[in-house]
Design a protein around this ligand. Sequence first.
Ligand SMILES: Cc1cc2nc3c(=O)[nH]c(=O)nc-3n(C[C@H](O)[C@H](O)[C@H](O)COP(=O)(O)O)c2cc1C
Length: 171
Amino acid sequence: MAKIGIFYAPKGGNTEKVAQKVHKHIADSEMFSVPEAGVNEMMQFDYLIMGIATIGKETWDQKIKKSGWDLILPHIDKADFSGKTVAIFGLGDSVTYDLQFVDAIGILGRKLKEKGAELIGFVPTTDYNFRESEAIEGDMFMGLPVDEDFEEEKTDERIAAWTQEITKKMS
Ligand SMILES: Cc1cc2nc3c(=O)[nH]c(=O)nc-3n(C[C@H](O)[C@H](O)[C@H](O)COP(=O)(O)O)c2cc1C
């Protein structure tokens, strides 16, 4: 079994695209979409990478009420993540949503910390233009923000630097 589990949602958009890029950088990783894979699969890994969008593609599909991480969060609530090391990347839009930029990183990150996980892969805010974000702790993002809407040209470099940093702490 691979050492690092990458869990992401939603499927079919930017989050999946970024998850695939992260996967390519980390040889010893396996990729799963949420909620097809859930907390039981997560428990098989000591090292986890989680990818989430802040109000992603599913929001404008009215037919789907709940999907992706929404369905998994109640199960995370009942789980124990102590002993697990988790790095989060989050898709967002720093221009249109500059007051809620990548909030989901913070929501998921705080929940995982509450459940005992050690979070790694914090990123300085200095490379981003935004006004407010729930993803900030101290002066760092609690994971890697990726803005495919307005800063697509920075994505590959951001992923390369971030995966290099987190894999050092995942061995
Ligand atoms: C209806 C809607 C609401 C959004 N809300 C936010 C938000 O609150 N904060 C943010 O940073 N990005 C927000 N975004 C931007 C998305 O997170 C961004 O486009 C992301 O790349 C979508 O990922 P996906 O293609 O995997 O769904 C929103 C996008 C849409 C369509």
